[in-house]
Design a binder for this molecule. Structure first.
Ligand code: ATP
Ligand code: MG
Length: 351
């Protein structure tokens, strides 16, 4: 069995960590009796600086037939974030109906949490972020520019279909984990969208009597993630809140270098896309010191999604073994190893 994967290393450390992650994934595939057939695309912010576009006009069509998309990171000094977002990430997420952004975090052995005194089994959760609508909309605009009564409108869009499917995904996921879901909203401040979300959440919760559900204000939940993270498992949130909470969750575990992310099309009609939570980190790009673990774990999520559970588990176990041993560690982990040394150590730990 061969899977066809579109690799988009992107910019900065996206390129550095993708090479290492592919090394690990290829080894895992070989050991588990399947193949990964990579096709590389140079779509990036760097490409944008020379051609004016992040990807060709038919970029979406070019990717449609792949089994998965493995993305490094996009971002380049001087290129504003909205270019990479609206020129590549959002068009792909929307065209391929990747309406779930799944961000599992876990405190791995041998790493230190920003939260002193926590152990690995107390710090494991998954943020289910709505990835297709909500606050990140293009609706709105600037009015009365330059006048004293100037104002700006930024609208959010929450559809019943969109809210129901993400919440249902969270409940289904909870059934495979600890059976707990927490929904993050802010109904006292956002008085139209969030009460609607709460209402849909309550309706769907009633369909899952076996799952423990609760609703939280996002601000209180942020505090709880720091003070009592052990009482959380699946956290479901809108596009904006999920974005913020997943960076927070990554920070209280091993930091950005450890956090993977999947942009998932649950029905599997279109390819899903896997990437690290971190960006292109221009400050350390090309120096060979970026931590490849987040990208490797994103690869494990991709293997899970392809149904290659044994290989996915083997990759995660290899990461844990290498980190627990602590002999090979990049500078962010307190070591002196290079990106390639850590990648190789993880690949070697597989066999
Ligand atoms: P972008 O604009 O592409 O998001 P950024 O400058 O915001 O890039 P991030 O990648 O989001 O950078 O990360 C912020 C900082 O965290 C980086 O500047 C880097 O120092 C550190 N960092 C992020 N990822 C890693 C990693 N994999 N290994 C080591 N350090 C990392
Ligand atoms: Mg960033």
């Amino acid at each position: 069995m061969n899977y066809r994967i579109a690799a988009i290393p992107g910019d900065g450390i996206g390129v550095d960590v993708s090479v290492e992650a592919r090394k690990v994934l290829d080894r895992a595939a070989e050991l588990n009796g399947f193949g990964l057939e990579w096709t590389e695309f140079d779509w990036s912010c760097e490409r944008y600086t020379s051609t004016g576009t992040m990807m060709p006009a038919d970029g979406v069509e070019q990717l449609a037939a792949f089994d998965g998309i493995f993305l490094g990171a996009v971002g380049f000094p001087g290129v504003p974030d909205h270019v990479s977002l609206w020129g590549l990430l959002i068009p792909l997420r929307r065209a391929f109906a990747q309406y779930v952004n799944l961000r599992p975090v876990r405190l791995l052995p041998g790493t230190t949490s920003a939260l002193a005194g926590r152990s690995a089994d107390e710090l494991e959760m998954v943020i289910v972020r709505e990835n297709s609508e909500g606050e990140y909309s293009q609706l709105g605009g600037r009015h009365n520019a330059g006048r004293p009564d100037e104002f700006v409108l930024q609208e959010s869009v929450f559809t019943r279909v969109g809210v129901e499917r993400i919440i249902r995904y969270a409940f289904d996921l909870a059934r495979t984990r600890t059976g707990r879901v927490c929904s993050a909203t802010k109904s006292n401040g956002l008085i139209h969208s969030m009460p609607f979300w709460d209402e849909v959440f309550a309706e769907i919760a009633a369909e899952y009597p076996d799952v423990h559900s609760e609703q939280c204000h996002v601000d209180a939940l942020a505090a709880r993630m720091v003070q009592q993270p052990d009482r959380l498992d699946v956290v479901v949130a809108s596009n904006l809140f999920g974005d913020i909470l997943s960076d927070l969750a990554a920070a209280v575990t091993g930091g950005l270098g450890m956090a993977p992310s999947g942009n998932i099309n649950p029905p599997g009609e279109f390819p899903s896309m896997f990437e690290a939570v971190h960006g292109s980190a221009p400050d350390i790009a090309g120096q060979g010191i970026a931590n490849p673990v987040a990208q490797v774990l994103a690869g494990a999520m991709m293997l899970d999604h392809l149904g290659e559970t044994a290989a996915a588990n083997a990759v995660r176990a290899a990461v844990e073994r290498v980190l627990a041993e602590g002999r090979v560690a990049t500078p962010d982990l307190g070591g002196k190893s290079t990106t390639a040394e850590l990648g190789t150590a993880i690949a070697d730990a597989l066999s």
